[in-house]
Design a protein around this ligand. Sequence first.
Ligand code: AMP
Length: 455
Amino acid sequence: MIESDRDKAALNPALLPKGKLPQLVRGMKDILPQDAPFWDRVRSVVAAEAGAARYEPIETPILEETPLFTRSIGRETDVVEKEMYSFTDEGEENLTLRPEGTAGVVRAYVEHGMVNLPQPVRLWYWGPFFRRDRPQAGRFRQFHQFGLEVIGDGHPVIDSQLIQLGYRIFQELGLPVSLQVNSLGDSLCRPAYEKLLQEYYRKRRNNLCEDCKRRLAKSPLRLLDCKVPDCQTLAVDAPQFVDHLDEACRQHFVQVLEQLDELEIPYTLNPKVVRGLDYYTRTTFEFWIDEADGKPLELGGGGRYDGLIERFSGRQTPAAGFACGVERIVLKLKELNLVKVEVRAPDVFLAQLGDAPRKKALKLFGTLREAGFTVVEAFSKNSVKAQMEIANRLAAKFTLIVGQKEIMDGTILLRDMENGIQEVVEFGNVVPELKKRLLKNGGGKGSEPARQPSP
Ligand code: AMP
């Protein structure tokens, strides 16, 4: 490639402003080509499961108005208190990079009048989310989630069906998850339970961590989920919400559990599943997987949020959903070796010898793609040897060679890479000739796993 002085200057790092080269931002992650099969696998399983159950895809923007999150997730939560990427843009609007998916979906439901559609509305999403959390294994500042939401129906069967779908997704991926369930009651019975919790913890206040001391007044539920060992010890004997639900919430929860029994999905009743966000009511659940050290890793979680939509629309609208972390799922798929990475052998390598043949070959590339073949090339190379080496390395099934002579004759050289046999074929016949041979070799286009490339 001929580089102008200007190109060279632009590419020369010495000419960049002083300081180190730009680097990946802390807590962010590149998803490299070698990761693609794992990401594709997760996405295709989720899309298939959600699609088959008639969940419709939805994509909401990454940027939303900050109050959307402060009002839905709750001011006293870790996410809102310390993890949101918020800024004021030039129009002086206070904006936030979305830290989770439900709030945006709910905003879209209200804003687009989806309440007028037959209820419930079933939606699924996939995309990046941002939390300025402390980066560690399986915890990033930009991460991806997929989520399923069912809006406009309060029946407990909705909760069980969401759990069933989540469980199916993990089974389909081959991940042995355990299901943890709990109920957080509703606005009618929660205050009495929170009072009980506060009484319990106030007596033991001296043993609480500073965060928990602070949270005791406004978010006592969150104390149950604190990771500090002393707080965990206290949580063991704390009163449990499932023993203090009012009759309506208890009945709702019992029905969810009965349905899970019917589905033969094993679960653990876990009072610590309080979720980190304020909007949850009644059923909450998480999918856990064991780490090598025996500690559980949360792959996903969700629950019911019957009061959330009312806060935005003024109209009582029950709903439930869950979200799962794609990075963590991919981590586990790799660790457990659950995705077979198969390199497909390209049908054709397109070689050319010189400027005029290169032009011809470039045009032929389009023709071959249109006919449905997978085609690779090394158009910028001149030497035939270098090109044949690449064809071998990529394990192409056939190589087409366009040279000066072939252009004059209106022909092309077709080489079977399996047996090395070369034939001259009419340029105009190259598509049917290739089709004939690929079919004879027993493969559809691009359907065969790669041969072992020649050394
Ligand atoms: P949450 O929205 O907190 O309920 O998270 C749902 C799922 O998203 C979790 O179970 C994790 O798998 C994943 N997740 C949440 N936060 C992060 C993060 N900072 N980095 C990677 N994955 C995350």
